[in-house]
Design a protein. Sequence first.
Length: 364
Amino acid sequence: MNNIFVYIENEGGKAAEVCLELMTKGRELATTLGVKLEAVVLGENLAGIEQELARYGADTVWVADDKIFNPFRTLPHTAVMCGLIEQEKPQIALFGATCNGRDFAPRVSSALFSGLTADCTQLVIGDHKDAKTGTEYENLLYQIRPAFGGNIIATIVNPDHRPQMATVREGVMRKEYAATPGAGEVKPIDWKKFLKESDLVVKILDRQIEERKINIKGASVVVAGGYGVGSKENFKLIHELAEVLGGTPEAPLLYLRRYWAYEQQVAQAVAQRAAAWAREVGEDPLYRIVLCGYEGEHEMPSSWWCVPWTAWPANWAGAWPTVSACRTSSSAYCGRRRAGPRLPASSRIGCPLSQPISNGLGEA
């Protein structure tokens, strides 16, 4: 009664990192309140997990060890957790803000009418006085989290409903063994009395899991680059910096290469749509169009001009040259010229925005 529950998410009998972080915080809170810290584990082949949890201060480990709970399914986990909470009546219940936790914890909270604070960054025990009624409450869980886009830090309390529930993201709390290990007493959960047949209607037929190769969360420094690097070749700078800092760049760079390829695909798709539009309306005398692209990228009608461009023309500040198609040393422009205002510069060649640019039509 009135103890602290920590739900231990696990895969293959191994506790999730965020749950061990919550065990460390739970041990701290339990010591402050003078109550027991109890872990709740649902899964399969869980023999020995209590030893690991005892190192983090678990006094009691509630275990439901059956293939029904592996892999994770929302309904049976919710039914058993709700039943155990109603039976044992803890004052605090903590969950990791993982994919499963975000699915699972709100259902438990809703079923118990207890309330839930998501993505807490700090958990502290303190007193609270209701300014409206003057009622004073002792030893409440301060559930602290950013709000309004991080512009304020909100401290949330739940004085009237139990358990006080919160989720915490991975990496927010520290993970360390308790100064004094807990007893780790194993108590089997009589889970069959909590389950109904309707809780088992969902079946998982197959799972595809790729094991994480590098734990970025555990890194003190993460070196990353994006589209602004400019090219795949320039990612060598990311390699070099990571090596200087003693890092392992392979896994991040795999992601970055995929990101670069994706960005290139997006850019190509946009360029193709722009070229199709230019071909469609290019003969209309009301339009004055400059189409930017790499050399040989677009096939334009013979009425369009394609002209090399190696530098800005000497008469930039005056009239534009007699061609409306030009290119940098690495790019090519196809264009159609008409008399009228000067054309706006295209961002794809990095036109100097400090130069005076007229209000051309800009459909390019």
